[in-house]
Design a protein around this ligand. Structure first.
Ligand code: NAD
Length: 351
């Protein structure tokens, strides 16, 4: 009896075919912790990884989350048990391996995807393409089957190609809603805010730098002419900041010297963006973030710019606003590279 009660309490921590359930005869639907608190259901795919773990930790303390599903192909029982001990409101459930993908996704409002391999020194984001493209395709096929109305936050690189891949998968399945698919470029904004604040001698929390285009190298286009609070920069500062923002990822990859790419700042950025999506879903007004989305802002089918987040996802995609000459030149460079990366993603699914 006592054992049964303990098993019952902890049943929600384990994948549905775990030993706890087998021994006790308990089923997930019988456990007491059902996530009854009001809030959203969020799944993280790739939850045991370098980004996934701190992301899971931060989502567990997000008061807008009532149920948190952690899915990966390795190690989710451990991560789930660990995160599940935190005395915050969200109920945490773990799912391990492809056979449990459907259960992980059923009923989710928001799905965050940091699954894949990270960049190693000497690797470009495009080197990751073949591995991550296949992973993203499989996971998006699962989303199309199990939670086609969920908002999707795609982190897996190269974002410039994985977002078009996801769109093609959803189109094939007949579930594509461009408002609900968002490539996460928040880390570029977070870095831009930090580096610009450093140069201006301000608190980064007071600084807001729009970053548009895409999410790799020259496609990352910080609009320093539109920084808030309004600020002016010397040409030397503009060049230093643009270069540092565009290569912030490489700065971390090199400093980690073989141990992966940005994970902690990325988890922070992912939660900042996911929280904005959840506030939008809740109906808050004026939630605006930069993201890589289906877009008519340029002639390219996808582009990162400021978007208004609402009950249906990216409800409005904003124009770029006035650019100076330096930014116009940067935009042309960005578009050239972006066009090729987008096409690469589309061809991967259509081939
Ligand atoms: N958007 C951004 O700004 C940004 C920033 C940093 C990293 N990234 C990208 O995020 C991804 C993850 O990086 P990381 O450092 O956490 O890598 P990681 O290797 O530490 O973790 C990736 C996790 O994904 C899991 N995984 C692999 N295949 C899977 C599948 N089919 N289904 C579910 N999970 C699967 C792995 O088991 C692992 O736990 C990489 O593609 C990286 O390039 C994006």
């Amino acid at each position: 009896m006592e054992n049964q009660r303990i098993a019952k309490i902890s049943a929600h921590l384990y994948p549905s075919n775990s030993q706890v359930e087998d021994n006790s005869g308990l089923r997930k639907e019988n456990c007491r912790a059902k996530g009854g608190a009001p809030g959203f259901k969020v799944a993280i795919l790739g939850a045991a990884g370098g980004i996934g773990q701190p992301l899971a930790l931060l989502m567990k303390i997000n008061p807008l989350v009532s149920v948190l599903h952690l899915y990966d192909v390795v190690n989710t029982p451990g991560v789930t048990a660990d995160i599940g001990h935190m005395d915050t409101g969200a109920v945490v459930r773990g799912f391990l391996g492809q056979a449990q993908l459907e259960s992980a996704l059923s009923g989710m409002d928001l799905v965050i995807i940091p699954a894949g391999v990270p960049r190693k020194p000497g690797m470009t984001r495009d080197d990751l393409f073949n591995i991550n493209a296949g992973i993203v395709r499989t996971l998006c096929e699962g989303i199309a089957r199990s939670c086609p109305r969920a908002i999707v936050n795609l982190i897996s690189n190269p974002v410039n190609s994985t977002v078009p891949i996801a769109a093609e998968v959803f189109k094939k399945a007949g579930t594509y809603d461009p408002k609900r698919l968002l490539g996460v470029t928040t880390l570029d904004v977070v870095r831009a805010n930090t580096f610009v604040a450093e140069v201006l001698g301000l608190d980064p929390r007071e600084v807001n730098v729009p970053v548009v285009g895409g999410h790799s190298g020259v496609t990352i286009l910080p609009l320093l002419s539109q920084v808030k609070p309004p600020s002016s920069f010397t040409q030397q500062e503009i060049e230093y900041l643009t270069d540092r923002i565009q290569n912030g990822g490489t700065e971390v990859v090199e400093a980690k010297a073989g141990a992966g790419s940005a994970t902690l700042s990325m988890a922070y950025a992912a939660v900042k963006f996911a929280d904005a999506c959840l506030r939008g879903l809740r109906g808050d007004a004026g939630v605006v973030e930069c993201a890589f989305v289906d877009s008519k802002v340029t002639e390219l089918p996808f582009f990162a710019s400021k978007v208004q987040l609402g009950r249906n996802g990216a409800e409005e995609v904003y124009q770029l606003g006035p650019l100076n000459e330096y930014e116009r030149v940067g935009l042309e460079k960005a578009k050239k590279e972006l066009a090729a990366s987008i096409q690469k993603g589309i061809s991967f699914v259509r081939k």
